[in-house]
Design a protein around this ligand. Sequence first.
Ligand SMILES: Cc1cc2nc3c(=O)[nH]c(=O)nc-3n(C[C@H](O)[C@H](O)[C@H](O)COP(=O)(O)OP(=O)(O)OC[C@H]3O[C@@H](n4cnc5c(N)ncnc54)[C@H](O)[C@@H]3O)c2cc1C
Length: 482
Amino acid sequence: MRKQTSLNVTQGQRKSTVDEARDMVMMFIQNPNPNPAYISSKWQKPTPLMSTYNGSSCSPSSSFSVRCSFSSSVCPRRPLRYAVLGAGFAGLSVAWNLLQHGSRESHLCVDIYDEVGIGGGASGVAGGLLHPYSPKVKLLWRGAECWNETLNLLHIAEDALLKLVNKRKCETLENKESPIVRRRGILRPVVNLKNMNIMTENAQNCLANCRIEPIHEDAAKNLVPNLSVPSNLAFFMPEALNINARSYLEGLYLACQNLANDMSALGHVNREVHFHQKSVQSLPDLAGEYDAVIICFGARAVFLPELSGKLPLRTCRGIITHLQLGDDIREEYPEHSPSILSDAWLAVHGARNMDLGSTWDWKSMNYSRNVTTNEASKAMEVLLPKASSVYPAIKNWTATGAVGGLRAMPPLTADGSLPLLGCVDEYVDGSQTCKYWLFTGLGARGLLFHGWLGKLLALAVLSRDKSLLPSELTSWKHKRHQ
Ligand SMILES: Cc1cc2nc3c(=O)[nH]c(=O)nc-3n(C[C@H](O)[C@H](O)[C@H](O)COP(=O)(O)OP(=O)(O)OC[C@H]3O[C@@H](n4cnc5c(N)ncnc54)[C@H](O)[C@@H]3O)c2cc1C
């Protein structure tokens, strides 16, 4: 019988790490409709959720860690050490899954490196819009697996934050406001008449747990007063989410710490996770210390000397502006109204604040979060007309700030634009030892892709078996060599 996780295997029945990992990957890859039982019902039912958590209390200082006791009688082998480079969506998903799925027989240590901190790159500025569909509302590649796994990680991160906030162990999530989900539901008014038919057809193949409802103008205006629906058709995704990306990342790191502590406290497993606020400029510098190094530098992977010129990535800077409703405007954005997705997106937090995004500055190499006054005003010039074509009341909102980030855009394939995964030993030290791994190219859909792909990559790393990764994600390497 196939095991759900390595933790379910008893001592007498235990399989090797490789076999466990391979079983799990094959289960994830082969099952097109993963059992949603492991997803909290909380994420499946519509409840009013608002952000109340002030994430600053979770921010890491320059270096912090969880150290767990190591009993040599239980774990006689030397610790397995993994370096995860980058603490964005990709890096934290990989770190969580390494800790979660590592063999019970091994003392396992995960070191996370990031020169800025948790969420120091694009992930920390992301608009937080999450759903598994393309702009034409087509289900993306492996959309079900990706959607379910991201919900799972959101739940894990939220649980960790609530435990911290409540300072109580075993806190349940029922009847709590979410520290991560800002708003539930996303509405996409159709602005291009020529796509109406194909969108309507695509919407019919939506997931049961992330529905797409085609609605007409009146129904759309009931959801969002003052909306403009140029084509009299909109698609409503009631279960789609807008999350606070920074809180999520802080929660996920906290969950990694808790997992390491909890597993070690059981006495059978030893886990450590450490965060190092440090710049990594060259991969071989880390070589001696680690069993594997997983590069999750987002768009900045292209700056590493070993990978420079070898990745089929384009970089694209995006700016998001923060808007506030003017003091003289009484009519607020209703509490249960969805966010809006169009040529620009409006991610609304609370009644009087929203993020308006995002610009697309192709080939930019500027990864700074800071936005100059000039850059901010140019962004407004681009975004305001797009926003006002679906939400004319945007004129009542005033810009109060802006942030920027650099996306790593992968090439378009027959399956869509898919992240780049794989073993990159040959670029680093010419070996074939499954030591250096890459996870980048999350494009504009990092939230959707990071959970499931982070799990697949962690399982491949643990088993040192690159064939466990779906060929759709690794074919970029072969194409380069053709
Ligand atoms: C403006 C904007 C809005 C977006 N909105 C959304 C959205 O609503 N929904 C969505 O799904 N996606 C969104 N995205 C895309 C999403 O943010 C990315 O897909 C995702 O963040 C990529 O995650 P990552 O972990 O690969 O990279 P990153 O988040 O960039 O993480 C890389 C990390 O590596 C660190 N690092 C880099 N180089 C080094 C080095 N040499 N030494 C040490 N540390 C280093 C960085 O500090 C950073 O923390 C948006 C992106 C932008 C720019």
